[in-house]
Design a protein around this ligand. Structure first.
Ligand SMILES: [Zn+2]
Length: 351
């Protein structure tokens, strides 16, 4: 299983037992400022798998950066087997501009596997594939909702590679979505190359969401335990994730000012009123009714909507009974108020 005997990234090799920051050189800015993608490599003395964890592929989705920072400072990494390759900011250009996109207007997650002679985005995708992804045995890519939306913590996986199912269960997010592969996404390219990869979504762009960050840290560490990079711990009471194979958006039936009457993680029934849209003065009010039953995994945060805009993302569930308990247990386990309890139990804090 463990692929590399040597670990070489950006032309620098990392020896067993070594932890090193490598600045992988990227094409510079037009100001002639040099640009680098920071990569932290932690290699254990003992052999084991190699896993990458990446954040900020979309330049304004910042939770992943903080999840990686906390993972890298996690006590348990002292006992690592194999190699963790952590890339907190993949889309350095977008992050500088606080934008989802690259300066050429392209979405990095729609140009994988990229090409050394392609567009600016395509070249970055190619470099990331060559330096990071293709030398890994596993991967986790960290995202938040895009635009002005918010996501319930969730992992997206493709059932085609069985190992991703075990990773998804181990991650411990409240929802697992067997999502269709988006053409030319990193997940698509990694799975085509036979590398089991999870995509984690949680929170919103340009902000930190404490619950989503804590769940992300716990998730990455749990996956490392699952694939043999860290010792397993005695099974704590873990949540049984809600698994969904289908999801869809409920869209704005009219343009106007939007009021949300629901909350992320709520179990909703088809036809249930999730919010209302009205004229700014208050008349011509219309109800927004759920297009399907399931768990609310994403919603818009903007009160201004045009007809047809995606407002509520609902994942279908086979069984609605008991689903609320899963969401409640998840929030209980990851809310900052539990920190004192975790310390008392002797568990390392996740921040
Ligand atoms: Zn994203």
């Amino acid at each position: 299983m463990a692929k590399p005997i040597s670990v070489v990234i950006g032309g620098q090799s990392v020896a067993p037992g070594e932890s090193r920051t490598i600045d992988v050189e990227l094409p510079g800015l037009y100001t002639q400022a040099e640009t680098h993608m920071p990569v932290q490599v932690i290699r254990g003395l003992k052999k084991g798998p190699r896993m990458f964890v990446s954040g900020v592929i979309h330049g304004d989705e910042l939770n992943g950066m903080e999840i990686i920072r906390r993972v890298l400072n996690h006590n348990s990494l002292k006992r690592i087997k194999g190699t963790l390759v952590a890339v907190p900011i993949v889309n350095v250009y977008g992050c500088i501009n606080r934008s989802r996109y690259l300066p050429d207007g392209r979405d990095l997650n729609r140009v994988f596997p990229g090409s050394p002679r392609g567009s600016m985005a395509s070249r970055l995708a190619h470099l990331f594939m060559q330096e990071i992804v293709l030398n890994s045995d596993y991967g986790i890519d960290l995202h938040t909702a895009g635009g002005h939306r918010d996501n319930l913590p969730q992992v997206r996986m493709s059932p085609d590679i069985p190992a991703t199912q075990d990773m998804a269960q181990a991650f411990g997010a409240p929802v697992i979505l067997n999502a269709d592969l988006r053409d030319r996404s990193l997940r698509h390219a990694a799975l085509k190359a036979g590398i089991p990869m999870l995509l984690y979504e949680g929170g919103a762009a340009l902000s930190y969401d404490e619950v989503a960050i804590r769940a992300g840290v716990r998730g990455v560490i749990s996956v490392m335990r699952e694939i043999g990079m860290l010792p397993r711990v005695r099974k704590k009471k873990s949540i049984l994730p809600l698994v969904s194979s289908r999801s869809g958006w409920t869209r704005a039936p009219d343009s106007g000012v939007f009021r949300n009457h629901s909350r992320l993680g709520e179990i909703v029934k088809k036809g249930q009123v999730l919010g209302r849209i009205s004229h700014p003065i208050g008349h011509d009010e219309v109800e927004i009714k759920a297009k399907r039953s399931g768990v609310l995994i994403g919603c818009t945060r903007l009160p201004l909507v045009h007809e047809g805009e995606a407002l509520f993302h609902i994942a279908t569930l086979k069984e609605l009974d008991g689903a609320t308990d899963t969401i409640d247990q998840f929030h209980e386990a990851h809310s900052p108020e539990q920190e004192g309890d975790l310390r008392r139990k002797g568990e390392p804090p996740v921040f």
